[in-house]
Design a protein around this ligand. Structure first.
Ligand SMILES: O=C(O)C1=C[C@@H](OP(=O)(O)O)[C@@H](O)[C@H](O)C1
Ligand SMILES: C=C(OP(=O)(O)O)C(=O)O
Length: 407
C-alpha cells in the first residue's frame, strides 16, 4: 500500500527505541540453535529474524526464507551439517536471483551434499545434512561477506574446525569481524591474519551464555539522515547503542559529522544533534558499510550536496539492484545520478519535485532512505510495508517524532 508523507517538521527533541541488530540477531539465533544454553536479549523484531527463528525450529522439508539474504546464506551452512535431514531451502523471486555458488562450492569442497533445484548457482537448494570432516577451504571474498560468515558460524561444530583462505579483495569486512567477535563472546577461538581465518572446534563449555544484542545501526541511519536535514538544534535520542559497536554501520557517527550531525553517547543511548555544517561535497568508500549507501545518497540529495560514492559493488545483488533503483527514483525527483557497476555520482541539485511517488522494489531500504525527504516536500512511498524486512515499526516511529503520514 502507498502512503503519503506530508511535508513535515520533526519535534525539537525526541527519542526512539530501536530493536536489536538484524545482523547480530541472525548470527546469534544460529549459534543458539547450535548451542542451546545461549540466552538472547533484545533480538531484532525484523521479518528476517523472525524467518530465521522459524526456519531454525522447522521440521518441514521445505523452508521458504522470502527476501532474507543473510538468513538464506547462514541457513545453507547450518542445514549442510544437520545430519540425517533433507531440506529444500527457497525464497522469493528476487532471492532466486541472488547468487549462492561461492558458498555452495565452499561447502561442497568441505564435503557437503547440496544441489540446485532450478538454476545453477541460485536458490532453491536441496541440502542433505551430513558430517563434514574436511578443514581447509578457499573462496572468493569480493562478492559477499555473508558466505564467509555462514562458514564461520558452523566452524566450531566441525570436527577439526575450519581454515578459510579468502581470495581477492575482501568486501564488507566489519561483518566478518562481527561474526568472529560474537564467536569470541561465547568462547569460540579464532584468528584472522591477512587472508586466512581459522576457527577452532569447541569442545568445552561456553564462556558466556547470556548475550544482549545492540540495537540496529542500519535502522539508526534514517535518523542520522533526518537530523542532517532538520533545523539547527534538533535532537534525536536513540537507544540502545554503544560507542564501541560490532556493527560497521556505526561509522555513521563519523560520516554524519560532515552533515553537521554531532553524536553523544550516554548510558546506552546516542543523541544526534544538528549543528551548522560547512561541508559542501562528499566522497566516501562504502565497501565496509554498503547498507547505508541509500541513506547517504538521499541525505545529500535533500541538502543539494553533490557526492561520489565508491565501493558499491555489492549493491547490485541485494534486495534489488540498489544502484539502478537510486538513480531511477532520484531522477524522478529532479536529481541527476550517474552510476557504474560499483560507484554512484550525485550532481548538485536545487529544486526537489513535489508529490513524487517513489517505487520501493521490494527493498526496505528504498522506502526508509527516501522517507526523510518529507522534511523538504510532500512525497509518496509505494508498498510502504516493505520496511518490515528490517524495521516493522518504522512508520509509527516516524509519526511519533512529527512526520505526518496518511494512507
Ligand atoms: O552479514 C551480514 O549480516 C550482512 C552483510 C552485508 O552483506 P554483503 O557482505 O553481501 O555486502 C550486508 O549488506 C547485509 O545487509 C548484512
Ligand atoms: C542486504 C540486506 O539484507 P540481506 O542481504 O540479508 O537480504 C539489507 O538488509 O540491506
Amino acid at each position: 500500500m502507498s502512503i503519503t508523507l506530508q511535508k513535515s517538521k520533526v519535534a525539537k527533541q525526541s527519542s526512539i527505541q530501536i530493536t536489536g541488530s538484524k545482523s547480530e540477531s541472525n548470527r546469534l539465533l544460529l549459534l543458539q540453535a547450535l548451542y542451546p544454553s545461549i540466552v538472547l536479549n533484545n533480538i531484532s523484531n525484523s521479518d528476517d529474524s523472525q524467518l530465521m527463528t522459524k526456519a531454525l525450529a522447522s521440521s518441514s522439508d521445505v523452508i521458504d526464507i522470502h527476501h532474507a539474504g543473510t538468513a538464506m546464506r547462514f541457513l545453507t551452512a547450518f542445514l549442510a551439517v544437520q545430519e540425517g535431514k533433507e531440506v529444500v531451502i527457497t525464497g522469493s523471486k528476487r532471492m532466486k536471483e541472488r547468487p549462492m555458488q561461492i558458498l555452495v562450492e565452499a561447502l561442497q569442497d568441505l564435503g557437503a551434499d547440496i544441489s540446485y533445484v532450478e538454476n545453477d548457482g541460485f536458490p532453491p537448494l536441496k541440502i542433505v545434512g551430513k558430517k563434514l570432516n574436511k578443514k581447509k577451504v578457499s573462496l572468493k571474498a569480493n562478492v559477499s561477506s555473508q558466505y564467509i560468515s555462514a562458514l564461520l558460524l558452523i566452524a566450531s561444530k566441525l570436527e577439526n574446525g575450519l581454515e578459510l583462505t579468502l581470495e581477492g579483495e575482501i568486501t564488507s569486512v566489519p561483518y566478518i569481524n562481527m561474526t568472529l567477535s560474537l564467536l569470541d563472546q561465547i568462547g569460540v577461538e579464532s584468528s584472522f591474519t591477512e587472508n586466512v581465518i581459522t576457527v577452532k572446534p569447541k569442545v568445552d563449555a561456553l564462556k558466556s551464555t547470556n548475550l544482549t544484542v545492540e540495537s540496529d545501526w542500519s535502522s539508526a541511519s534514517y535518523y542520522f539522515s533526518i537530523a542532517a536535514i532538520s533545523d539547527i538544534g534538533t535532537q534525536i535520542t536513540l537507544s540502545s547503542y554503544k560507542e564501541n559497536s560490532l556493527q560497521g554501520d556505526s561509522v555513521l557517527v563519523d560520516i554524519y559529522k560532515q552533515f553537521g550531525v554531532v553524536s553523544t553517547f550516554k548510558d546506552n543511548t546516542i543523541t544526534l544533534k544538528k549543528v551548522e555544517a560547512h561541508k559542501n561535497t562528499l566522497s566516501l568508500d562504502l565497501k565496509n558499510a554498503p547498507d547505508i549507501a541509500q541513506t547517504i545518497t538521499v541525505t545529500c540529495f535533500a541538502l543539494g550536496m553533490p557526492c561520489d560514492l565508491i565501493g558499491l559493488h555489492t549493491l547490485k545483488i541485494k534486495e534489488t539492484d540498489r544502484l539502478v533503483a537510486l538513480k531511477t527514483e532520484i531522477e524522478k525527483l529532479g536529481g541527476s545520478v550517474n552510476i557504474t557497476e560499483k560507484s554512484l555520482h550525485l550532481s548538485a541539485s536545487t529544486a526537489i519535485k513535489n508529490m513524487v511517488s517513489i517505487a520501493t522494489y521490494n527493498d526496505h531500504r528504498m522506502a526508509m532512505a527516501f522517507a526523510p525527504l518529507a522534511l523538504k516536500t510532500n512525497i509518496i512511498i509505494e508498498a510502504a510495508g516493505v520496511v518490515s524486512k528490517s524495521y516493522p515499526t518504522f512508520w509509527d516511529d516516524l509519526k511519533s517524532i512529527g512526520f505526518e503520514i496518511t494512507k
